[in-house]
Ligand binder design. Structure first.
Ligand code: NAD
Length: 378
């Protein structure tokens, strides 16, 4: 009827509007390492878009943000084709939705399931390619098929091995993980920015003083301070600082900028959380994969747990929501995965995410409370 078509037109307009907003926010986030809105607002728009597309299937589209992996490849970096696609994760925002997801997934897997519960690290995804145990390429996620070549910077990250330990390594393996800046390091980095600002003003003063008195005029402190703030801004949060630290062209920097850039890559860390191309992993579970990767000297998270019961997973989600004590990085949720690798193949994936994993996202207040606590150093 008429009201139905009005309804459809309103939905179509809103869908167009949301897609445009999301494209703009994603571009700032993935390409310029900045954030125009809070994550919760971004997630809210995605949820609204998903709902509208479900209500009006005609509005669906293969290139909608709900169907693709957000991100792109900056022309500043050489493109790298991932052997196997890098995916995103589907989200749930409440305990009830998580419980329901576990029930359905167990049903689809046809029986009992061991769960692997991990912290969802608020960083950025990285893929490491090792050929016969030697690191050859490191790439960001990009659009999931093609990422950005950041090998040069990754070679400066202390915890990432150039060569794997042990002596039996696959011909080729893609190891995926999250790069982050530990909360403590983040504070140090911002303190360093402050001191670099001061040194930048001092340098300007020295240059000014070395010019002949007749030609140099007044030293403009205000202008120099403003300039120093642009050169060495305060980082808004560890995620954006990590992203900018991984995606920088160090060889084009000199002087104080080079020093700042070096400190930024040196403070990066990584925890592995998955595998891409790996024809025959000699293990049967994701947790077994981590054990093997750790054996090879790759950094694995000390916070992952295997649980048999759904209630144990929910308790884990609760505990980590209550207290982040002892966690060295920011988290924005919990990732629950099916531990059995054969079930991964059985369950498969959608166009943008595996069906054997889900991200539970904490409500924004909890994330922000933690952020504030971190800023004041609690
Ligand atoms: P996502 O962050 O919801 O989840 C997918 C990613 O989680 C994976 O690619 C992986 O890199 C990461 N991850 C962290 N810990 C993991 C673990 N233990 N196991 C597996 N993966 C783990 O999705 P996304 O596509 O990466 O990014 C979308 C999210 O980014 C949004 O939900 C929003 O929070 C944020 N974002 C914000 C803005 C903004 O403007 N504020 C813009 C774009 C994206």
């Amino acid at each position: 009827g008429e009201s139905n078509s009005d309804d459809f037109e309103a939905a179509r307009a809103r869908v167009g509007e949301i897609r445009e907003l999301i494209t703009g926010y994603a571009e700032a986030y993935y390409e310029r390492d900045t954030q125009l809105v809070a994550d919760a607002e971004y997630d809210g728009l995605m949820a609204e878009l998903r709902r509208l597309e479900a209500e009006h299937p005609r509005l669906r589209s293969q290139d909608s943000p709900t169907e693709t992996v957000g991100g792109s490849v900056s022309p500043l970096f050489a493109p790298v084709e991932h052997r196997e696609r890098m995916l995103s994760l589907d989200n749930v925002f409440s305990i009830d939705e998580l419980r329901e997801w576990m029930r359905k997934t167990r049903e689809a897997a046809g029986g009992s399931v061991a769960w692997l519960a991990e912290l969802k690290i608020d960083g950025l995804a990285l893929s490491l390619r090792y050929e016969r145990g030697v690191l050859t390429t490191a790439a960001t996620r990009g659009d999931g098929r093609t990422g950005e070549d950041v090998t040069q910077n990754v070679r400066r990250i202390p915890s990432i091995p150039q060569r794997l330990e042990g002596d039996e390594h696959p011909e080729l393996v893609e190891v995926r993980g999250e790069v982050f800046i530990p909360v403590e390091k983040f504070q140090e980095l911002n303190a360093l920015q402050v001191s670099l600002r001061a040194r930048s003003v001092e340098e300007a003063r020295t240059r000014w003083a070395s010019r002949p008195a007749a030609t140099r005029g007044e030293f403009d402190e205000t202008v120099e301070f403003a300039r120093a703030e642009r050169r060495f801004p305060a980082f808004a949060n560890p995620r954006n600082a990590a992203s900018g630290g991984l995606r920088q062209l160090l060889e084009k920097k000199s002087g104080l900028e080079h020093e700042a850039g070096l400190a930024r890559t040196a403070s990066l860390r990584m925890y592995v959380h998955g595998i891409g191309a790996w024809p025959d992993p000699p293990v049967a579970t994701q947790s077994g994969v981590y054990d093997l990767l750790a054996w090879w000297g790759l950094p694995t998270s000390p916070h992952a747990r295997v649980f048999d019961g759904d209630d144990d997973v929910l308790a884990f989600v609760d505990e980590r929501g209550e207290s982040r004590a002892g966690i060295e990085h920011q988290i924005d949720g919990i990732v629950v995965k099916v531990d059995d690798l054969a079930m991964h193949d059985e369950l498969g994936m959608t166009s943008r995410a595996p069906r054997w994993a889900i991200a539970f996202k904490y409500p924004p207040e909890e994330v922000h409370t933690t952020l504030r606590e971190i800023r004041v150093g609690v």
